[in-house]
Design a protein around this ligand. Structure first.
Ligand SMILES: Nc1nc2c(c(=O)[nH]1)N[C@H]1C(S)=C(S)[C@@H](COP(=O)(O)O)O[C@H]1N2
Ligand SMILES: [Mo]
Length: 167
């Protein structure tokens, strides 16, 4: 009888530990998920908001492209990111010919995008990975890629803010 009770206590203790381990694991997975969601600042019609960029988003996609320098150098690239128009629409902005969009980098480099460019198929992406790896510190965490640009001068590295005016 005493032996049975001891066995029961042991069983209960094992189950309790297993449950605690599972709860702990769930909570650290959630924390990792949050840390993976990188923040990008937006200013929409003068109001500051934050976009939570998520590499696990269903719109996150991988594509091949070419980076072209004015001196004739061409580099084959493999990038992963989200179509920029999709991000802007997720921020509640309708993309029209009227909107003005400017993309600001950590070094204050700034480029403009038109509504037409943003809507062009497979043109403009905000990427976070090259060859499946996190971008180099000079390029990321976020880099803007404009596939239709003749040269890659507007490929904005280390994007920190997107400013939109709907007019
Ligand atoms: N943040 C940031 N992005 C930038 C620039 C810059 O000065 N700052 N220069 C642009 C220009 S003019 C070119 S040619 C390419 C330079 O790419 P490279 O450094 O690989 O040559 O990045 C573009 N993106
Ligand atoms: Mo350049």
């Amino acid at each position: 009888m005493k032996k049975n009770i001891r066995h029961m206590i042991t069983a209960v203790a094992i189950i309790a530990v297993a449950v605690l381990v599972m709860i702990n694991r769930q909570s650290s997975l959630r924390q990792e998920e949050m840390a993976d969601k990188m923040q990008l600042n937006f200013t929409i019609n003068g109001e500051n908001t934050v976009y939570y960029y998520n590499d696990n988003d269903e719109n996150y996609t991988t594509f091949d492209t070419q980076m072209k320098r004015k001196n004739g150098d061409i580099f084959d690239k493999n990038y992963s990111g989200i179509f920029m128009a999709t991000i802007i629409e997720e921020m509640g902005v309708e993309i029209t010919d009227e909107i003005s969009v400017s993309v600001v980098c950590a070094d204050n480099y700034e480029i403009q995008l038109t509504g037409g460019e943003l809507m062009a198929d497979e043109n403009i992406y905000l990427i976070t990975k090259e060859n499946g790896e996190k971008l180099a510190e000079t390029d990321g965490p976020f880099m803007l890629v404009i596939n239709n640009d003749e040269f890659s001068t507007r490929w904005a590295k280390n994007v920190v803010r997107v400013k939109i005016n709907e007019k």
